[in-house]
Write a protein that binds this ligand. Sequence first.
Ligand SMILES: Cc1cc2nc3c(=O)[nH]c(=O)nc-3n(C[C@H](O)[C@H](O)[C@H](O)COP(=O)(O)O)c2cc1C
Length: 335
Amino acid sequence: MTPDTKLMSTITLAPMEGVVDYLLRELLTEAGGIDLCVTEFIRITDYQLPTQTFHRYCPELKHGCRTRSGTPVHIQLLGNSPERLAFNAVKVTELGALGIDLNFGCPSKTVNRHNGGAALLQYTGLLYDIVSAVREAVPDTIPVTAKMRLGYLDSELAIANAKAIEQAGAASLVVHARTKLQGYKPPAHWQELVAIREAINIPLIANGDIFSVEDALKCREVSGCNDIMVGRGVLRNPDLPAAIASNIQNDDPDAQWQRSLALIKRFTEKVAQVPEDPEQEHPYLITDPRRYLDGRLKQWLSMMGKSSVQARQLFEQVKQQTSIQDISNIIQEAG
Ligand SMILES: Cc1cc2nc3c(=O)[nH]c(=O)nc-3n(C[C@H](O)[C@H](O)[C@H](O)COP(=O)(O)O)c2cc1C
């Protein structure tokens, strides 16, 4: 199989715990180019989680499991018990999920200590059991997919793991082209995706270090994968998926910053719409709005600051602020 010459087939917005939630999914998918979103991981340590937990991670469940602009959202589950994952997958499917994604890539020490996320890449048989339990439990019409890294300490099991995931019935596989040990250290090893892609028949979605249209084209050329998942690149530049989809690089950084700033302002405005009655459900948030401006917005701005001077300056201005009002004022006055 060689990559064809047409543009990317699909672009998935990467799940990013602590940053990409309902509100960001709404804003980022409006900018165009994103075909699919995945929720932050929902940790499954028990049998049936309360409905409210699923709605908190994925308010889109109440609206056909799509963002306002119509992009489907799949639910990501993280855990190591095939039975518990299957049980909750059924529950969230009954709540309206359009697809279930299984997390085999999280490098967090806490998650790995409990044998979750990337730690599972050491146990090919367990990966098989998890995917097949979930696959068998949910209706055939619901795709079950997986997201993994090249491996835990090394990539020795990469092909065996990918094959096990395929044989267990996964519809597609995302591979973040690094091991857990490599963390986020550049570069992503796109060339290691070639052997995995050649070993399986389900779509392999390439992920890691796509920050520009050139990166997307290079990743496809090196890996042979037509489908990609992009995370931090979209947070740095919300126009990136549309630019990749149309193969047009927007190279005017000032115009790009103005569009990014407009999104940041809309994010801040939406967060500030706190209902007077605390019992009343916020249209966008389920947790304390301070966590959004103090946590998620700062996280987003600091990521954007990696490629934009203006974002870095704005981040410096809000970094020490904790009051919603002060942060909102600084953002709204930014020009
Ligand atoms: C802040 C942050 C949170 C993340 N949370 C998740 C997550 O919940 N589930 C998951 O599968 N991957 C998660 N990831 C990994 C990303 O989905 C992606 O694989 C990784 O960032 C590499 O892609 P990128 O270079 O395009 O960002 C997270 C990454 C970051 C930076």
